[in-house]
Each structure stands twice: as structure tokens, then as C-alpha cells.
Write a protein of this length. Structure first.
Length: 304
């Protein structure tokens, strides 16, 4: 095959991928704030971090788990019930949700700095932080660095040390121009998202409705979405907070689902801190705040 023909085929292939990416973005609903409250942007290091706030009282900060389609939408069933008694802040981590997706080095330290600065700049007094999945590690590190800003921790299905099969190869693919966007469009298609949510996230698949899938798909279509996802797959967002947790002396609650995947580190966390209460919610996957919102809200609002 001659060079001109090879170049022509490569150009045609890239053209087809570009058309595919354009169609995926065109077919997505606009990403927007599903929680209500007062939507605001926190200007942080030349980037905008989205958050929404509602309610009055002692501050409570909700931090979603990082995954392909991560966003504060994860807290949709508990945001308003919690805001009836607390001043609730729900933010989208940089690179996810409605926050900017800059060409930055995404790693665990980035999110620890973000939470640290958010607490010092936006939240007026020591807060309860409710963190899901891998964000539990960022919250533990933040509480260790700035204990005066953290009143209490609620760790929801905390997870770290997990490795995705072929994660490094997928991350390298996602970082390629055009090709990477196409790869994310395949990994985070509506069908793929529904499968992950039904089979690996929720215990009761009926919670996975069209609105949830469309909200997840919409945030994946925002420009630059491959950046944080590539870092996640490469393991760069992972942070083992085991030793920090054992030395931490802030009040805490660990909540997990009885049917959550085995990689959750909730049991060893509870064993390392006998003073910490652990609640295992039956008939529940990774998101007890989604599948059992009333019980979850009561647990968060209970006195320490």
C-alpha cells in the first residue's frame, strides 16, 4: 500500500471518528444542575468548580465518587431532605459534572487541594463531609491536613486500591486526539452506562431509569471529559488512606451497602477505628443514599 493511499485511509478514518463524536455530542441532552439550590461556580486556579448550595444551619458538604459519568447528581435523592436541617453544599470535582475540564495533571493530590481550599474559601465554619467511593480517601487526607475545618466524616462505600483491567492501555487510548473521544463515547454509551449502573452499582436495577442514564451520558459529552477519566483508569486518582485514617481522630460514620462489590474498604476501615460506627444497609449496592435515601439522611443528621 502506497503512502498516499495510507494517508487517505487514515484521513478517512479520522473523519469517520470525528463524525461519530459529533453525532454523540449532538444526540446528548444538555448537562445541567439537577439538584436545584443556588448554583454557583468557585473560581479555583483559573478553572471553575461547580457547586450548588441550599438550606440553613451547620454546613454539610457532599462529594461524589469519581467514575466515567461522575457528578453531584449522585446526591439527587438526599440533597433537599438534608437541606431541611443543614446548609448543604454539593460540588462537582474538577474534570467531572458541570465543572471545568482543564488540561491539568489529574491525581489524588489535586482533589485533596481542591477540597482543602473549598472548605477554607467557601464553607464558613467546620463542616460534616459526606464522601462517596474514592472521594472518601480525599476527604480523609483533607481532614488530616485541616482538622479545624472538618467536624465529622461520613464515608459512603469507600473504595481505593482498585485496579481496572487494561486500565493503563485504556487511559493511553483516551489521551489520543479524536480517537480518545471516540473511545470514551464507546465506554460511556447509553447502553454501556445502563449496564454498569444496573450490574455493578445498584442492587435494585429499577432505580436505573432513563433520566439517570441521560444525565450520566450528558456529562460524558462535555469537552475534555477524557482527561479525568483517563487519569482514573490509569490509577492516578487512587489514594490509599489506610494509615491516615487509622491516625485520624475526627468523628466518623462509615455507610455501605450489603450487596456492594467486594472492593469496598468499609470493613477494614471500621476495624481500624473501633470508635467509628459502621452501618451496612441491606438490599443495597454502592449508593445507599440513592437506594435508601430516607434512612441515609437520618444517619447523616443523627448527632455524633
Amino acid at each position: 500500500m502506497g503512502l498516499p493511499r495510507s494517508v487517505a485511509l487514515a484521513g478517512a478514518g479520522l473523519g469517520s471518528l470525528t463524525a461519530f463524536n459529533t453525532w454523540c455530542r449532538w444526540s446528548a441532552s444538555p448537562a445541567y444542575n439537577h439538584l436545584g439550590g443556588k448554583p454557583t461556580y468557585y473560581e479555583w486556579h483559573d478553572s471553575r468548580v461547580f457547586y450548588t448550595v441550599e438550606g440553613e444551619g451547620a454546613p454539610l458538604v457532599l462529594v461524589h465518587r469519581p467514575h466515567w459519568a461522575a457528578a453531584s447528581y449522585e446526591w439527587r435523592r438526599v440533597f433537599h431532605p438534608l437541606a431541611e436541617q443543614r446548609r448543604v453544599y454539593a460540588l462537582d470535582l474538577l474534570g467531572f459534572g458541570l465543572s471545568d475540564r482543564p488540561a491539568a495533571p489529574y491525581d489524588a493530590a489535586l482533589y485533596v487541594r481542591l477540597l482543602h481550599d473549598f472548605l477554607h474559601t467557601i464553607v464558613p465554619s467546620p463542616a460534616t463531609i459526606v464522601a462517596s467511593g474514592l472521594s472518601a480517601a480525599y476527604t480523609i487526607a483533607t481532614a488530616a491536613a485541616a482538622p479545624e475545618r472538618v467536624q465529622r466524616l461520613v464515608l459512603v462505600s469507600p473504595t481505593w486500591g482498585r485496579r481496572v483491567c487494561c486500565g493503563a492501555a485504556l487511559a493511553a487510548l483516551l489521551r489520543l486526539p479524536v480517537v480518545g473521544t471516540s473511545a470514551l463515547n464507546v465506554l460511556a454509551s447509553r447502553r454501556a452506562l445502563r449496564h454498569v449502573l444496573e450490574e455493578h452499582t445498584y442492587y435494585d436495577p429499577t432505580f436505573v431509569d432513563d433520566d439517570l442514564v441521560e444525565a450520566a451520558y450528558a456529562v460524558c459529552q462535555r469537552p475534555g471529559s477524557t482527561r479525568a477519566v483517563a487519569a482514573l483508569l490509569a490509577g492516578q486518582l487512587d489514594e490509599d488512606a489506610t494509615s491516615t485514617w487509622a491516625a485520624l481522630r475526627r468523628p466518623a460514620l462509615v455507610v455501605s451497602g450489603a450487596e456492594a462489590p467486594a472492593e469496598t474498604v468499609a470493613p477494614p476501615l471500621a476495624q481500624a477505628r473501633p470508635d467509628v460506627r459502621q452501618v451496612v444497609v441491606p438490599a443495597c449496592g454502592l449508593l445507599p443514599h440513592e437506594e435508601h435515601p430516607q434512612r441515609f439522611a437520618r444517619l447523616v443528621l443523627e448527632p455524633c
